[in-house]
Design a protein around this ligand. Structure first.
Ligand SMILES: *Cc1c(COP(=O)(O)O)cnc(C)c1O
Length: 383
């Protein structure tokens, strides 16, 4: 008779040859807590309709019938659907060969770092910004450098251009609208960065994860693609498209840039099931995006409401936002405010510069719950 080995003790002293720079690292992730009001990760609060679910189920079933075969490595049909969607959304028409996709835009950006970063190379961004960027750099052995955003969370052109010339990055990451601030960059700023980058040369990624929520008059960097072969604009189905669980992110760029990404991707990285579900969802784009206008209106109303609130004798500060979330503050003890909200069943995100908090825009009922809880917490703190 054999007894199962007690692996926990017998292997406890085995030393793993972990890369030293990973020794103190922990896996990335926002807390996933089971509370009634989830306003912490910028999801679309509206689940897909029965009609959308039915189409996805039908298309996934059809794909399942062929699962003994590997999926199409270059997924031309999905890339054509994504190109069509971008044309409708932004008025900019790109060829399917100019589109790339992966399991979330996180993976798309990892592909960019794999192709254009690497040992001896540098990736540059401007803080505060998305906390995943330094992880892509770390995981691809790329040096990571941050400049800073201005007081209002936009980018000072002189600072950006000088930093690019000094750091000589091979990849520049600009989120617009930015996370966690919500700030979109004016076209002139992006153009100045593109010009400075061309001189290095560097690839410029404009991360437009929240582009569909931008206010009227805010441009998309897609409009700059035609003249800038070193520009990549990333998008995702995780936010406005109400499909965070699908894991489908994509990018539009020059064919030359996309072809470089095709070299570094793992073969068959996008499963046949994902391709089928994504195409089914895109066929219902009007329906899935139907709530975007309501969410934008809800956001603007939430910004106005927050600006009318007072804390510690002064009005709350609220960052300008073109996204589906709002950064507000400042609080001497933001953790206490975050915890107070959580105690009342509302989960938001403790992120951004010191003293600030970020709340995603939810349904009207969720926003109301957030406002009630915040009012309560601030009153408690004043007393
Ligand atoms: C949410 C988010 C993404 C999207 O990530 P996915 O991998 O597509 O879900 C990308 N960039 C920023 C700044 C984000 O906030």
């Amino acid at each position: 008779m054999t007894t199962p080995a007690d692996t926990s003790t017998s292997r406890a002293r085995t030393v793993l040859p972990l890369r030293p720079e990973l020794a103190d690292e922990v896996p990335y992730g926002a807390p996933q807590l089971d509370v009634p009001v989830l306003l912490n990760v910028n999801e679309n609060p509206y689940p897909p309709s029965d009609a959308v679910v039915a189409t996805i189920a039908r298309e996934v079933a059809a794909a399942a019938a062929g699962l003994n075969r590997y999926p199409d490595r270059d997924f031309p049909a999905l890339r054509a659907d994504l190109a069509d969607y971008l044309a409708v959304e932004s008025g900019v028409r790109v060829a399917p060969e100019q589109v790339w996709a992966a399991n979330g835009s996180n993976e798309v950006m990892l592909h960019v770092l794999q192709a254009f970063g690497g040992p001896g190379r540098t990736a540059l961004s401007f803080a505060p910004t998305y906390s995943m960027y330094p992880e892509y750099a770390r995981d691809t052995h790329t040096r990571w450098v941050t400049g800073r955003r201005a007081e209002d969370f936009t980018l000072d052109v002189d600072h950006a251009v000088a930093t690019i010339a000094e750091v000589r990055p091979s990849v520049i990451l600009l989120a617009s609208p930015n996370n966690p601030t919500g700030t979109a960059l004016p076209r002139a700023v992006v153009e100045a960065v593109l010009d400075a980058a061309a001189a290095i040369p560097a690839v410029v990624v404009v991360d437009e994860a929240y582009a569909e929520f931008r206010r009227a008059g805010t441009p998309s960097a897609l409009e700059l693609l035609a003249d800038h072969p070193h520009l990549a604009v990333t998008r995702t189905m995780s936010k406005a498209f109400a499909a965070a669980g699908l894991r489908l992110g994509y990018l539009a760029a020059s064919t030359e840039l996309v072809d470089a990404l095709r070299v570094v991707r793992l073969p068959y990285h996008l499963s046949a099931v994902t391709q089928a579900a994504a195409r089914a969802a895109l066929a219902h784009r009007t329906e899935l995006l139907a709530q975007v206008d309501a969410l934008r209106a809800e956001r603007d109303a939430l910004v106005d409401w927050l600006r009318a609130q007072h804390h510690a004798g002064r009005p709350l500060q609220v960052a300008e936002t073109d996204a589906n979330f709002v950064l507000f503050g400042t609080f001497a003890d933001r953790h206490a405010v975050w915890q107070g909200l959580l105690d009342r069943g509302v989960l938001i995100r403790e992120t951004g510069p010191d003293g600030w908090l970020r709340v995603s825009v939810g349904t009207p009922a969720e926003t109301a719950a957030f406002k009630d809880a915040l009012t309560d917490v601030m009153r408690e703190q004043e007393s």
